[in-house]
Design a protein around this ligand. Structure first.
Ligand code: DGT
Ligand code: CA
Ligand code: ZN
Length: 644
């Protein structure tokens, strides 16, 4: 997906060859393929850039060495012409004729390709047929029904573009939590290594663990005499694509992927995590605001820039009620500061060694950052009832994971071994049911294969027992909820599983229907005796598509009723950072209706199991404590609940 933020030819920071890195060239070639397609170039040229980009991306040898020895043409996928272009780029820092191409294609057309569901080929047709060359232009063409009438497009495409434009506008310049947090933590780690830095903390939406992040906010403390050198060192860090501004106490940067490159100091796990994020980050960039303050000011600046704005407003009002002024510089008695403002007033601030003291001055308990959304946390802090939120270390297993039996990348044994390595007591395997088709082919487990999987699981469990290990594999299914609310598989087959996770996958059908029809169908599915867990409840994919219309309150109420009748019906927080569904805003509703919540990584590989951490972030943001989360229970209890 093209993202305007990282669009354009990079400028080199080096004074000698190699002027550009492999990753930079890969990114540019991907963009060039899009530009060529938008420009109506012939398909062979488009393919040449796509192939070269892929070939470079997979290159295992050092690019600079290959270029110097003129052996790049021996790499499959890179023709003579592009090999010599790469040589020019690496050796001279010039981009050949590519600059002209970037200048030639209208920026609005490039932005159009950022609309989810609209590729360069169709953007080109819209440009030629309707003379549309901006997102706004396309929106108005859709509203006049012009796109629906265009040959090969139709009403469905038109609706898709309108939805896509809406989504684009809402997401503009935002980054998913995993990638944003990955950038943020990497930056924090690098800054903490700078001489003279006393404290550094991530603030803003990243600290509050919002599902998407606009920009990063980092607060740094250093003594006044060190601040200048700290700022200079920050500007010298790797991974900075551009400096938007640098003053005495604030730096504004654009970070790029290379900030994520691990220095290996965190060991193998750290490295594999940073590789996962690298892959997921694609060619994205993110803005970062860094504030450098004195140690006395640090807690105030951190609290202020952690936000949210709504939380800050409540805090400031509480301060006013006590005759105090609260801002990013300090907490000052009004009687002492009179006409003074800003840093001058801050000289009279009450001293606070940490955020907790600021809250205490205002009569509050410290508020966990995830809760700072003015959703009742101020009241809870006033009445000393801030919840003790669930932590990753409380998680003892998870029930929704895939193997090579459906679309996973690792075998059952590999997934189970990894779960043990993570210290879990159990893992639930839940491969897809046959109704799920991708590219015309079912990727689900047919009933015969279910039997085979069952015996594999039995032997793994026997092995554990023989070894005297407390570890269990539960045999589940991620069973499709069909459009009429029936579950996939026969009753007989479903009865063989420890747990059935019901999920909707035929999302287009559900998106085109009425909310109550969908709600009724989900409730029908939940009422089936074999049904145990509602998987990714709305089907949303963050920044790609909204979920289908459904009244979650009705669904949760019904689930609560059945739980009170003694049958387990749990709801999932799908921890994949692409989903984070159930939404954190609904977690308390589920809890209050007595619906147990399961945090599930929906892992399709061993690396995917670590996604559990994002699910825990969302559960925390949703006010959940360990007792509200089913998979903090030990294996015997889970075994008992699943009742097999
Ligand atoms: P984002 O970046 O859109 O994901 O969301 P935040 O929450 O990181 O917002 P951002 O980066 O605009 O500002 C960081 C924090 O600074 C914000 O959460 C609260 C504080 N802040 C910014 N502007 C204001 C303001 O006008 N009033 C108050 N009270 N606080 C503000
Ligand atoms: Ca921010
Ligand atoms: Zn799944």
């Amino acid at each position: 997906m093209v993202k305007i933020g990282g669009w354009g030819l990079p400028k080199t920071k080096r004074s000698e060859a190699p002027f550009y890195t492999k990753n930079q060239i890969v990114t540019v070639f991907d963009q060039v393929a899009v530009l060529l397609e938008l420009d109506g170039a012939n398909l062979f040229r488009v393919r040449a850039y796509q192939n070269a980009s892929r070939a470079l991306g997979q290159l295992e040898k050092n690019l600079f060495e290959l270029v110097k020895s003129d052996s790049l043409t021996q790499t499959k996928g890179i023709g003579k012409g592009l090999a010599s272009l790469v040589k020019e780029i690496v050796m001279t820092g010039e981009w050949g004729k590519l600059k002209d191409l970037y200048d030639k294609v209208p920026a609005g057309l490039v932005e159009m390709v950022g609309i989810p569901g609209l590729g360069p080929k169709r953007a080109r047709i819209l440009f030629e047929e309707l003379e549309v060359s901006t997102v706004e232009g396309l929106k108005s063409a859709c509203e006049q029904n012009l796109v629906a009438e265009l040959q090969g497009f139709g009403a469905k495409s038109q609706k898709k573009y309108l939805d896509g434009i809406d989504l684009l506008r809402r997401n503009q310049g935002r980054t998913r939590l995993d990638v944003g947090l990955g950038f943020g933590l990497a930056l924090k780690k690098r800054v903490s290594g700078i001489t003279g830095v006393i404290q550094v903390e991530l603030a803003g939406s990243a600290r509050r663990r919002k599902e998407t992040i606009g920009d990063l906010d980092l607060v740094v403390s250093a003594t006044p005499e060190n601040q200048k050198s700290v700022i200079e060192s920050v500007l010298d860090l790797p991974g900075i694509a551009d400096v938007k501004g640098a003053g005495e106490s604030k730096i504004s940067l654009i970070l790029e992927q290379s900030v994520l490159v691990s220095d290996n100091s965190g060991g193998k796990l750290d490295q594999s995590l940073s590789e996962t994020i690298m892959n997921r980050a694609e060619d994205s960039t993110i803005d970062a605001q860094i504030r450098i303050v004195s140690p006395e000011m640090f807690p105030f600046t951190l609290a202020y820039f952690t936000g949210s704005k709504e939380h800050n407003i409540r805090m400031r009002q509480l301060a006013i009620d006590k005759g105090l002024r609260l801002n990013e510089f300090g907490l000052m008695p009004e009687t002492e500061i009179e006409g003074l403002v800003g840093i001058d007033a801050a000289k009279y601030s009450l001293s606070c060694v940490d955020e907790g003291q600021i809250y205490h001055y205002l009569g509050l308990d410290w508020v966990t950052p995830e809760l700072r959304e003015d959703n009742g946390e101020i009241e809870a802090a006033l009445s000393k009832s801030i919840p003790n939120l669930v932590e990753v270390s409380s998680i003892r297993g998870a029930l929704h994971n895939h193997t090579t039996a459906s679309d996973g990348q690792n075998t059952l044994d590999e997934m189970a071994d990894e779960a043990r390595r993570l210290g879990w007591e159990y893992i639930g395997i839940a491969d897809h049911s046959p109704a799920l088709r991708i590219g015309g082919r079912s990727i689900g487990v047919d009933p015969d294969a279910v039997e085979i999987q069952a015996s594999e699981i039995t032997s793994y469990n026997e092995k554990m027992e023989d070894q005297g290990e407390i570890f269990r594999v539960f045999h589940g299914s991620e069973c499709d909820i069909l459009p009429d609310g029936k579950l996939d598989y026969s009753e007989d087959v479903r009865g063989k599983f420890h747990h059935v996770i019901g999920s909707v996958h035929a999302i287009n059908t559900w998106k085109s229907r009425d909310e109550q029809v969908n709600t009724d169908a989900i409730i029908t599915a939940i009422e089936d005796p074999s049904f145990t867990v509602l998987g990714h409840p709305t089907g949303r994919v963050l920044q790609v598509r909204d979920g289908f219309p459904v009244d979650m309150l009705q669904v949760i109420e019904r689930m609560g009723e059945i739980n009170r009748e003694g049958e387990l019906k749990a709801i999932e927080i799908n921890a994949s950072p692409y989903r984070l569904d159930l939404d954190w805003r609904l977690c308390r509703t589920a809890r209050d209706h007595g619906v147990p919540i399961l945090i599930n990584p929906d892992a399709h590989s061993i690396e995917g199991l670590s996604d559990i951490a994002y699910g825990v972030d969302i559960a925390r943001k949703g006010w959940l404590e360990a007792k509200d989360v089913l998979n903090t229970l030990p294996v015997e209890k889970i075994d008992h609940l699943l009742g097999k």
